[in-house]
Each structure stands twice: as structure tokens, then as C-alpha cells.
Design a protein around this ligand. Structure first.
Ligand code: HSE
Length: 437
């Protein structure tokens, strides 16, 4: 039985979970791999804080070079997160002939091409199951089990924190800020939780899924993105009346004229599988031309589910399975055929809009005229009096207007929103979500 030594960078929430598995499930891993696999080194800038598992002090270091220069280490796990120093460390590992396992979606979404090129050049591999949807084996499913298919669409809840927040607000009546704090306490949120709620994390994961499923090479910053910061208790109430739940959806849709990519809070039918995904659970619905719809659900954030994916990748790397997939997929290779990305103005879909307006004759005519001009048809509308009008406008009766449009182009809708926001009788911003039937 040969000895295999691996190293870990980053002893935070996920890193501690990974260390826990390697230190406490040695026999299990020995049985699967047929090797004596040991976590030989852990690098973290903080070597002093006490962790809630027992880490042998002799394997802990704050000197990354001691890993890069250790010829016995064959696999490096990167769980630092963010771009630097993670990027430099991954390149160092690859340039020193070590395979990499990472959970870093931000890094892959931004530097995938550079890192994969470095891996190919050094005859190494990068495995990244944990970068998208934590414990759900979605990367390996698309990469291997579904490979007979042309992927037609991916509709997914990929951010556990925002799904947790939306679920708590809708089902528990929790305030937005309390739900954010709770998600942080439970270890779901990013170091900067703004990236969870503003859709950045979801867009980065969508970038990886788009590369894997469609060969789409896109800068994540160019993907249309809306977050959940403006979702209010009132939206859940109206969505429920209209037969929907609100989810932050990441969508990739292949059409004749290219690939549609976006992340947005979306009203989904209450009886649909995605509507029933709660709390920190993630879900991915993949439609392939032969398999039809396939639905994956599991915990997408948190120490144990993410550590499960990381260790699965390490085992695959040791057994040589990663190498086969890595070479076959040839990801982020500029020589690959690239599916063109559709211009956002040409997306078509239904929308949910909410805004406050003066409650007096003629107001509805004013905003209906904007929709008419843009050729946008209104499917349903609710108006509610605001019982406690804003003090500044106490002489004016106000109402909240909720409406759902029929399908329109994104370009027309965005122009209509701009015009609506300029109507004097409409106060504040138009809150907009997508609607999926
Ligand atoms: N902050 C992320 C989430 C963690 O909430 O989904 C997993 O990437």
C-alpha cells in the first residue's frame, strides 16, 4: 500500500470540515483508494486560533513554500477563497507538478482560462466539484453521466445563503437583516455576504456551469445580474396570491440565436420542483436533449456538504478519474467551439413589477400608456391602498401597484422601467423580478 500525501490551504469553515474527514475517516479513505492517504500539511495565515477539531500542530504552517517545495505532496487543496493569494497559490501548485482541488468559484469564474492552461501545460488536473452547489454532484453529473446529451437549459438555485434568507422571510416572517445574520452564523455566507445577496456568487457559479454545459466563455461581470436586496415581505404576499414563490434563479437557456444567461429573483410556480427547495438547499434542473429534465437537490453551503465534495474530488484525483475527465472536457480552452451569448436586450420573458403610485384618477392611464408604447402587455395587476402614507405626502393618497407582464423583450422592459420611474405620480424605484411559468 503506497503512501499519498496531500496538503490543504485555508483552515476556515470548509477547510476544517475537510481536515476532519481526512483525520477521522482514514480507514474509509484507505478502503476506497487502496492507499494510505494522509493530510500531511495545512497552510493558514492563522496558526494560533483554536479550531473545533484537533489538528496536530506539526502539520500546521503559515509558510506556503513549505508545501510548494515538498516533493512528497501530490495534491493541493485550495480553500482560501477569493482571488489572491488563491490564484498565485494554485499556479504555484500546478507549476510544481501538483494536482489541485478547489472550491473557489470566484477564482474559476475569473481566471479559469489561465488556470486550466497552466494545468494542461504541467500535465496536472484541477477538480472543482465543491465550487458549484456544495454537496450536489452537479459538475461530475454534467461532465460524465449526462455527456450523451446536448444540454438545452440549466435552471438552478445555486446560492444557499440567499435561498435561506428568502425561505426565512417567506415562511418564518423573519426580517431580511435577521435572516442575513442567521445565515452568517450557520456558516453559509461568504466572508463578504454582499456577494451572496447581490447575485455575484450565483453569477460566478453560473459562469462555471455555462462553461461546462455549453462551452460558453464569458466574463462573469457581463452576465445580467439582479440580487435579492430589494425583495420585501409584501412581494411574498403578492407572489403567493398569484400562485408563486420567490427564488434567486441562475438560468442558462440555449436558443437558436445563442445562449441566454442571467441571475435574478424569480417568481416560480408554487407547485414546481424549484419552488419546493428551501433554506440552504440548492437545486439544479438540467434539461438535456435525450435525458429530458433531470433534477438535483442537496445542501449547497456549509462545512459538511462542501467538505464532502472536496474530499470526493481528492479521491477521484488519487484514483486517476479526474485526469480522464479533465483531459476529455478540455475546459476553458480557447480552441473549443464557443456557444455565442445572446445580447440581454433580446431576452424574452414575463416580469413582476412593484411600485408606489399616487392613488388618483389618471395614474393608471399614465403607466398603462408606457406599457402600450413599448408593446408590453399586462397579464395581471393588483392595486392596494397604502394605509399609512408617507408623511411627506400626507395630503396624497398612495397605492402599491403589482403587475405581471406577458412576455416582452428585456430591452423594451428596461426602457419602460426607465420611463415609469420618470412619471411624477410614481414614487421611488420600480422593483422588478422575473417570472417563470
Ligand atoms: N456562500 C455560498 C452560498 C457558499 O451561500 O451558497 C457556497 O458557495
Amino acid at each position: 500500500m503506497s503512501k499519498i500525501k496531500i496538503a490543504l490551504f485555508g483552515l476556515g469553515t470548509i477547510g476544517t470540515g475537510v481536515a476532519d474527514i481526512f483525520l477521522n475517516k482514514k480507514e474509509h479513505i484507505r478502503k476506497i483508494t487502496g492507499h494510505d492517504v494522509s493530510l500531511a500539511q495545512i497552510c493558514d495565515k492563522d496558526t494560533l486560533s483554536k479550531r473545533d477539531i484537533n489538528i496536530p500542530s506539526d502539520i500546521l504552517t503559515n509558510n506556503p513554500d513549505s508545501i510548494f517545495n515538498n516533493p512528497e505532496i501530490s495534491v493541493g487543496i485550495e480553500l482560501i477563497g477569493g482571488i489572491e493569494p488563491a490564484r498565485t497559490f494554485v499556479l504555484q501548485l500546478l507549476n510544481n507538478g501538483k494536482n489541485v482541488v478547489t472550491a473557489n468559484k470566484a477564482l474559476l469564474a475569473q481566471h479559469g482560462a489561465e488556470l486550466f492552461e497552466a494545468a494542461r501545460r504541467n500535465n496536472c488536473t484541477i477538480a472543482f466539484e465543491a465550487a458549484v452547489c456544495g454537496g450536489i454532484p452537479i459538475i461530475s453529473s454534467i461532465a460524465t453521466s449526462l455527456q450523451a446529451n446536448t444540454i438545452l437549459s440549466i435552471n438552478a438555485i445555486v446560492n444557499g445563503t440567499s435561498n435561506f434568507i428568502l425561505s426565512q422571510m417567506e415562511d418564518g416572517g423573519t426580517s431580511y437583516s435577521d435572516a442575513v445574520k442567521e445565515a452568517q452564523k450557520l456558516g453559509y455566507a461568504e466572508a463578504n455576504p454582499a456577494m451572496d445577496v447581490d447575485g455575484t456568487d450565483a453569477v460566478q457559479k453560473l459562469t462555471i456551469l455555462a462553461q461546462l454545459g455549453f462551452g460558453a466563455d464569458i466574463d462573469w461581470k457581463n452576465i445580467s445580474r439582479m440580487g435579492i436586496e430589494s425583495v420585501d415581505a409584501i412581494d411574498f404576499k403578492f407572489a403567493k396570491n398569484l400562485g408563486y414563490r420567490i427564488k434567486l434563479l441562475a438560468v442558462a437557456n440555449r436558443g437558436d440565436d445563442g445562449l441566454e444567461l442571467h441571475v435574478a429573483p424569480t417568481l416560480v410556480k408554487r407547485d414546481s420542483p424549484l419552488a419546493r427547495v428551501h433554506n440552504a438547499f440548492n437545486a439544479v434542473q438540467v434539461v438535456g436533449d435525450y435525458v429530458g429534465p433531470a433534477f438535483f437537490q442537496g445542501l449547497g453551503a456549509g462545512r459538511k456538504p462542501t467538505a464532502s465534495a472536496v474530499v470526493g474530488d481528492v479521491i477521484d484525483t488519487i484514483l486517476g478519474r479526474t485526469k480522464i475527465t479533465f483531459d476529455t472536457l478540455n475546459l476553458w480552452n480557447k480552441n473549443n467551439e464557443i456557444v455565442p451569448i445572446k445580447n440581454i436586450n433580446n431576452f424574452y420573458g414575463k416580469s413582476y413589477l412593484r411600485f408606489d403610485a399616487e392613488d388618483r384618477p389618471g395614474v393608471m392611464r399614465d403607466f398603462a400608456a408606457v406599457f402600450g408604447k413599448k408593446n408590453i402587455s399586462i397579464a395581471s395587476m393588483i392595486q392596494h391602498e397604502i394605509s399609512n402614507p408617507d408623511n411627506n405626502n400626507s395630503n396624497k393618497q398612495r397605492a402599491v401597484i403589482i403587475l405581471i407582464t406577458h412576455e416582452s423583450s428585456e430591452g423594451d422592459l428596461l426602457e419602460a422601467i426607465k420611463e415609469l420611474e420618470n412619471i411624477p405620480s410614481i414614487q421611488g424605484k420600480i422593483i422588478r423580478m422575473r417570472v417563470q411559468d
